[in-house]
Design a protein around this ligand. Sequence first.
Ligand SMILES: [Zn+2]
Ligand SMILES: [Zn+2]
Length: 340
Amino acid sequence: MQKLLILILSLLVLIFVFVVDAENSVQQRGAVQQPSLRWYKGNTHTHTINSDGDSTPDEVVRWYREHGYNFLVLSDHNFLTKVDGLNSVHGAEEKFIVIPGEEVSDKFGDKQIHINGLNVERLVEPQGGKSVVEVIQRNVNEIRSARGVPHINHPNFGWAITADDLKKVENNKLFEIYNGHPLVNNLGGGDKPGLEEIWDAILSSGKLLYGIAVDDAHHFKDPWNRNASRPGQGWISVRAAQLSNSAILEAMEKGDFYASTGVELTDYQVNDKQITISIREVRTSKYRIQFIGNGGRVLKEEITNPAVYQFRGDEGYVRAKIIESNGKFAWTQPVMIRKR
Ligand SMILES: [Zn+2]
Ligand SMILES: [Zn+2]
């Protein structure tokens, strides 16, 4: 009789635990009722025969469409290519869009200053100015007034733009930390810092800029030429609610994307306690994840997947760099840490 009572009691406890658990999981599901977000792969810097590229807009768009990209910005020097026809041929809902754009190509003295205008509604002419910073700022402002999103290109091309210049520019959120053109000095050299060092100097000053990777592709027809600037070198993967010009650009300006030269992530999460990075591993590759903070210091190196970094509160900022064993990289966007 006592045994039966214990059995009935245990069964009641089990049923109770099951019900509470089920309710909890329903509540948890209810708590994350955001629009479902997806990752979209794209390149925001590409040339065609409308400036100094070697291929027509149709051929260029076709290359990206056939190589797994979801969006492409055509950015010819001081030329705005119309994209309606391209979208009617190559566009497909939630699969692929062409976003209009232009590489506003200006200079100060012998320094080439190039700024992309993404989704500008009209051609933006180079604005000139009395210093490097003024040239950048005037072009950024003009891109904004054409309802476009600016990004500052290849700072080390001709060693034109320094970290101090970039710190002073307002109304701009994005700059290239990797550009696939073979003559843009991504890594720096001699007394000149590389683009990641430039990024860390800017972030350490407290200014938030997001880093993008781009192709700056010009050459689609000369694959064996080592000096060619080819497609497929650098891209971004953007997390957005849908594949549209505005959703992609809004997510980019919020820093909800990562930049890559070949590493893919399956997920990237930040909350007030930690960053979690999940890599889509290639079976034969190995990975290291560096979490980087103030002054470019490596705060922690991880080899696990997913990799987790828990905030301490004194890092200034934290960004992650994923290093793949064949020299491919991904960079996540910095999280600014406010002292608690
Ligand atoms: Zn350029
Ligand atoms: Zn370019």
